[in-house]
Each structure stands twice: as structure tokens, then as C-alpha cells.
Design a binder for this molecule. Structure first.
Ligand code: URA
Length: 479
């Protein structure tokens, strides 16, 4: 009897899927079944832990497609949606996908039919899974479990309860994002362990396997309290973005009721304190220094950081503008003292520009970061934050009155111009500023630091050329 006859005489096939999210397995079996012309109502798909033995056929009894069976057709769009949908916890998902694959053979444009219940369900499953993936990325909170032992190093463990089978789908994201940390993510569906080089999968875990409470939680709470903007509070939107079910594993969530309750009074305090509307630009660098420490015009100033004022001679002919202080600048209270600053210093020296004669500052005055373990990771300021901080860098420029301003990178250029320019297009030629001075733009030294090999050499060459052009122009302006 051939496989086809089996079907004709009412045989059911049972496919026991070994892993709940095993798309490749499903695809291989589904293709074979389509090629053997097995209709969807003759296949039972059973996921791990399911009741496979109720049926007479196991996976091994599946029919073998004839050698001349036509290829199975499935559009890229279907494969993409199916890859997501397979991670859904709906036990019917394998059958739905098989039904769709089967129907696609007769109607390759089936997915365009938005009214078809199978197509709609596929969309819904894929959307829900994508949302769950996104929530996991946003709401996993690591806790430190080992500290100090040089052999073992620090180990961060997170407990998370995904709704769907998304742990594996998210593995690449967490490896990339936390490449230098040793971490484990424990879930009721399985666990992931990354030691900085190798990712291993482990068995399901229980909540009690994961630690709760460590010093980084304070950092999270502080961070959350500081970025919480009472004036922007929309409770419905907040609950949609951060549903209550995730709160129990998020240290900062404990603050939410209190922050929400206090939101109205904080908002009125902010209005009363006028945080911070300045009518006139301060007219001394000391006044700017003082004012930026009090500035809370954007949320960055409310993080656990310090304002970093520009430094250098008040009559400098050249003003160099960076993006924002980094971790080391924040601690030292001086611009460009960390790795990017050291690289800048070397290039300035090569170009024959004496940093001591330059006024060095930043477009944004506070360090924007997110906590990761004990470290603070740089975050780029938004265009709005840069525009808000222009008030200060423009105040500095009005006092120093440099002949030439050199902006390092796109954020600095925006800080000077109030609009975005492309560094590759704008570099190498002056942009006139309204007071008759000139703006020159080049790359940010941190960009060079992130490159290596030929790309680093090429960008260093361009950077040197920009500095040489600035040096030449300064000499012309002085002469
Ligand atoms: N990067 C900047 O843009 N500014 C600094 O002060 C340090 C690093």
C-alpha cells in the first residue's frame, strides 16, 4: 500500500514535534506530507508533552514522498510568518500552518486574502509572538549572583516567564547585547547560559532557581525614577507597554504605584519651579557652569550623573564640540578625558593643534546612559535632547566667540546647526554660522575607536585631513 492509499482508507498520521519552536522540523515533515498529498484533516501534530500515543502512527510511519513529487510552494512571506507563529503556545499552530501550506499549493496568493480565517489567525499568532519577543527584550532584568571571584567572574541571572516559546528566538539578541557578560536566563520553558564565548541551552527552571535582589536593582530603580516624567504620564499607555504581568520580575516596578500617585504633585512642582525656563543666556562661563548643573530641561539631567562644562581659554580661536560626556568625563567632570578624548589628543597633536589653546565642550551637557550591571552604557541623545541643550552650547559660543568651531560627529553638528547633516557630505568645507564664524564637521573619535583594520585606517586618514584643513584655516583667519 502506498502512502496515498493509507490516506484514502482513512489513515491518520501523527507527527510528534520534538521541540515546541522547531520550525525546521515542522517544515521538513510538512513538505513531505504535502508531496504525499496528505490532506490537513489526516494529520495530527503533537507537541512535546502532547498525547501522541493516542494515535496509531508515530512520526516514523510517515509516508515517503515519491522521487518525482513536485516541489512544495511557499512564499517568503509565509515562511517568515510561519517562523514566528510556530513559537506561539497555541497547540493548534502546527495544524494551522500545515493547512495553510496545503492550501497555498492550490492558491499561491492565499495570504493576500485578509478575510480568510486561517490567514488572519496566522497574522495574529505571528504578531503576538513578535510582541512577546519584544517584551522579553525590554523586561528581562539580570541580577548579580557571583561577585569578586576572579576565576568565575560576575554572573548575572534573570528569571523571565515568556508567554510563548520565544527563548531560542531571542538568544541571538541577548548574546549580542550582553556579549561581554556571563549570564543565564531562566524560564519555565528552558534556560540559556552564556559564558562570554559559548551559548548553552539548559532545562526548564523554577522561579526559586533565580536570585532576587542585588545592588544593581537600586540602580534600576534610580534610573527608572529619574526618567519617569510625571508630565507625560498616560496610565493606559504605560500599562499597554509594560503590562502588569511583567512587574513581578522588574525591580523598578515596585516604584510605579508611588510614582503614579506622586505624578500630579511632581508635575505642579516642576511647573512652579519653572524647571527650567531661562529667558536670557548667561553671560559668563561660570554662570553657565552653575546653570547646567541645575538643568532638568530634558530627562538626561535627572539621571545619576553630573553636568560637564566645557573647558579651555575663554578667547580660544577654535572651539571643539563633542556629543556628550562619557562615563569617565562624568566622573572627572571634564570633557574628553576618556578613550575618545585620548584619541582626539593624539590626532590634535599630529595636526599641530595645541589642545590647551582650544575650548573643548559638548553639545549635550549630561551623560546619557543605561545601567548594565555595574556599568553605565552610553546612549545617544535624541535630536530633541540635543536641540534642548543647544541653549547651553550656544551660550558658550556667544561668550568664547571662536573663529572656527569643529563639530565631532553628527550629534555635535546638530547641536551647532539645529538640523541634521551627513558627516560624509559636510566634512572638508566650512559651513558659515550666523555670527560670521565657520563650522567644520568631522567624525567623532569614538567612531574611529569602534573600527579596526583598513576601515580604521581610512577613517583616521580622513580625520587627520579634516584636522589639517582646520589648522590651515585657523592660520588663514589669524593672518
Ligand atoms: N565623547 C564626547 O562626545 N565627549 C566627551 O566629552 C567624551 C566622549
Amino acid at each position: 500500500m502506498t502512502a496515498l492509499q493509507h490516506v484514502k482508507f482513512g489513515t491518520y498520521y501523527v507527527v510528534a514535534v520534538p521541540e515546541a519552536d522547531d520550525f525546521d522540523f515542522w517544515r521538513e515533515r510538512a513538505r513531505g506530507l504535502v508531496q504525499c498529498d496528505v490532506p490537513p484533516d489526516r494529520v495530527a501534530w503533537v507537541e512535546p508533552g502532547g498525547s501522541g500515543n493516542l494515535f496509531s502512527h508515530g512520526d516514523r510511519g510517515l509516508p515517503v514522498p515519491p522521487a518525482d513529487a513536485p516541489p512544495v510552494r511557499a512564499s517568503k512571506a509565509f515562511v517568515q510568518l510561519a517562523r514566528s507563529a510556530i513559537c506561539h503556545s497555541d497547540p493548534e499552530r502546527f495544524a494551522l500552518l500545515y493547512r495553510l501550506l496545503w492550501r497555498l499549493q492550490a492558491n499561491p496568493r492565499l495570504l493576500e486574502d485578509g478575510a480568510d480565517p486561517d490567514v488572519r489567525r496566522l497574522d495574529e499568532l505571528a504578531r503576538t509572538v513578535r510582541r512577546d519577543i519584544h517584551k522579553m527584550r525590554a523586561f528581562v532584568r539580570f541580577r548579580l549572583v557571583e561577585d569578586g571571584d576572579e576565576e568565575v567572574g560576575e554572573h548575572y541571572v534573570a528569571w523571565f516567564e515568556p508567554e510563548h516559546h520565544i527563548l531560542r528566538a531571542n538568544a541571538g539578541f541577548f548574546v549580542r547585547r550582553f556579549a561581554n557578560m556571563k549570564w543565564s536566563i531562566l524560564t519555565p520553558q528552558g534556560s540559556l547560559h552564556w559564558d562570554g564565548a559559548v551559548l548553552e541551552e539548559g532545562p526548564p527552571a523554577r522561579r526559586s532557581d533565580a536570585p532576587s535582589g542585588d545592588p544593581t536593582e537600586d540602580l534600576w530603580r534610580k534610573y527608572y525614577a529619574s526618567i519617569f516624567n510625571p508630565a507625560r504620564l498616560k496610565i493606559g499607555a504605560m500599562l499597554k507597554e509594560m503590562p502588569r504581568k511583567y512587574w513581578k520580575n522588574m525591580p523598578e516596578a515596585a516604584l510605579i504605584p508611588e510614582l503614579v500617585a506622586g505624578a500630579q504633585s511632581r508635575e505642579s512642582q516642576m511647573v512652579a519651579a519653572g524647571t527650567l525656563e531661562f529667558d536670557e543666556k548667561p553671560d559668563t562661563l561660570e554662570a553657565i557652569d552653575k546653570a547646567i548643573h541645575a538643568c532638568r530641561k530634558c530627562p538626561i539631567g535627572s539621571l545619576d550623573n553630573h553636568a560637564v562644562m566645557g573647558e579651555g581659554p575663554q578667547d580660544a580661536a577654535l572651539m571643539i564640540v563633542g556629543e556628550q560626556p562619557g562615563d569617565q568625563e562624568d566622573l572627572a567632570g571634564r570633557p574628553f578625558v576618556g578613550p575618545a578624548g585620548q584619541l582626539l589628543d593624539r590626532h590634535l597633536e599630529n595636526a599641530g593643534i595645541d589642545r590647551r589653546a582650544v575650548y573643548v565642550t559638548n553639545a549635550v551637557k549630561h551623560f546619557k546612559f543605561v545601567p548594565r550591571g555595574k556599568r553605565r552604557l552610553h546612549q545617544s541623545p535624541t535630536a530633541k535632547e540635543i536641540d534642548t541643550c543647544r541653549w547651553w552650547v550656544e551660550s558658550e559660543r556667544a561668550i568664547v566667540q571662536p573663529k572656527l568651531v569643529l563639530a565631532l560627529g553628527a550629534s555635535a553638528a546638530r547641536g551647532m546647526l539645529g538640523r541634521t547633516v551627513s558627516i560624509s557630505k559636510a566634512r572638508g568645507a566650512p559651513i558659515p554660522l550666523e555670527d560670521g564664524s565657520e563650522l567644520w564637521v568631522t567624525a567623532h573619535p569614538s567612531y574611529l575607536l569602534r573600527l579596526d583594520g583598513a576601515a580604521r585606517e581610512e577613517q583616521s586618514r580622513l580625520f587627520n585631513a579634516d584636522l589639517a584643513a582646520v589648522k590651515k584655516r585657523l592660520a588663514e583667519l589669524a593672518g
